[in-house]
Design a protein around this ligand. Structure first.
Ligand SMILES: Nc1ncnc2c1ncn2[C@@H]1O[C@H](COP(=O)(O)OP(=O)(O)OP(=O)(O)O)[C@@H](O)[C@H]1O
Ligand SMILES: [Mg+2]
Length: 362
């Protein structure tokens, strides 16, 4: 997709060796990166005034449009529809979550998974890091992964188990994952700024940020720092989206939750990050624990219906819960009387699970 010569920064009028070096030092290596960063950041990095930076980014954009590398400003809906056909989908390896995602986790979008501790966010990220490597026929994108780990919860052993369970070579699966341990929020931002080159050189098809907001949350405490935190977080999540859109790759981020005490009805659990995160994620999925089961709810999506599914966690990562229910049904069908004697142990739908939990907790 990328032609090195065409994308060189110094092929743009007004970009000399000094500017090129400054941009390179900040992880901007190609014209594509200019678009990803946008005029405000380019101005900050190079010391240009914002108007000149704006013009430069605009020139870069025009060049890429002419080269057919990015979409035009005005396109017909049918052109857009055709373009959306190029969106890749990564299977989750489960029927239930694939149904929720309408086929799988999409490229050109930011998928946010939030939920309380132990609900399976990290397990989901590990699973997707393996699934994306599968062939296209098998539901993958035959690509590598950039896994940004800010909580020190990435475990290669889990990758080995998930790969084995999927009949894949565990060594290869590990080789295809680049792990970047982020120690603070600035470091996390820096890793992402350096990602462009890695994406093209290593055929990265999935970026994972687990967790995206944790470090920002722990470093910027108290009301006084809220504005700065939101500004920095905004920059981070926007970069995640722009990388996904520009390179046609999938971005997954996890988010923590807080309990909102002013909520009288419904679930008081809310994702953190406020509007910045809410408005930037393309898809928001809420994971919830329910005993051994997990419930996933599509909370916000431009085109998916709001629905819920039940899934499980296992050695293979995220799994279908069905095998369990099938087993239960099978055992139930033998002693017929017990069917009427005891109330259903497993609620019928995901909503039942959530509702029953809410009643329990009240
Ligand atoms: N090998 C395994 N087999 C089966 N289940 C596992 C395995 N490893 C972890 N789990 C399940 O995953 C759960 C932890 O999930 P995970 O680490 O994804 O939570 P999380 O949502 O990322 O939580 P946090 O907010 O603390 O990061 C454990 O409670 C356990 O039930
Ligand atoms: Mg986790």
């Amino acid at each position: 997709m990328t032609d090195e010569l065409e994308l060189r920064l110094d092929s743009l009028a007004g970009v000399g060796p000094v500017t090129t070096r400054k941009l390179n030092d900040a992880g901007v290596h190609t014209i594509m990166d200019l678009i990803v960063r946008g005029p405000v950041e380019v101005a900050e990095l190079t010391g240009m005034d914002i108007d000149s930076a704006g013009k430069l980014v605009e020139k870069a954009r025009e060049g890429l449009v002419a080269g057919g590398l990015i979409a035009k400003d005005f396109v017909s809906a049918s052109e857009l529809y055709k373009k959306r056909q190029s969106i890749g989908k990564i299977t989750t390896g489960t029927e239930c979550l694939d149904t929720l995602f309408d086929g799988g986790v999409e490229t050109q979008a930011l998928t946010e998974v939030y939920g309380e501790f132990g609900c399976g966010k990290t397990q989901f990220c590990h699973t997707m890091a393996v699934q994306v490597q599968k062939s296209k026929e098998e539901g993958g994108l035959e690509g590598g992964v950039l896994y940004m780990d800010s909580e020190n919860t990435f475990r290669p052993e889990r990758i080995v188990s998930i790969a084995k369970a999927n009949g894949m070579d565990p060594e290869k699966a590990l080789d295809n994952i680049i792990v970047a341990r982020a120690y603070n929020s600035s470091h996390q931002q820096l890793i992402l700024e350096e990602a462009s080159r890695m994406i093209t050189e290593n055929n990265i098809k999935l970026i994972v940020s687990d967790s995206a907001v944790g470090l920002f949350r722990s470093e910027y405490l108290g009301r006084g720092t809220l504005a700065t935190r939101q500004q920095k977080l905004n920059r981070f999540v926007h970069l995640l989206v722009r990388l996904a859109e520009t390179y046609n790759i999938a971005s997954i981020m996890t988010n923590q939750v807080m309990s909102s005490p002013d909520q009288f009805f419904g679930d008081p659990t809310k994702p953190i990050g406020g509007n910045v995160v809410a408005h930037t994620s393309t898809y928001r999925i809420y994971f919830k624990k329910s005993g051994k089961k997990r419930v996933a709810r599509m909370v916000d999506s431009p085109h998916h219906p709001e629905q819920e599914v039940i899934f499980g966690l296992g050695e293979e990562g995220v799994i279908d819960h069905e095998t369990d229910t099938k087993k239960k049904k099978a055992t139930k069908s033998i002693p017929k009387a017990s069917e009427t004697d005891t109330p259903a142990e497993t609620p019928e739908t995901a909503s039942d699970v959530l509702d029953s939990e809410l009643i329990d907790s009240e």
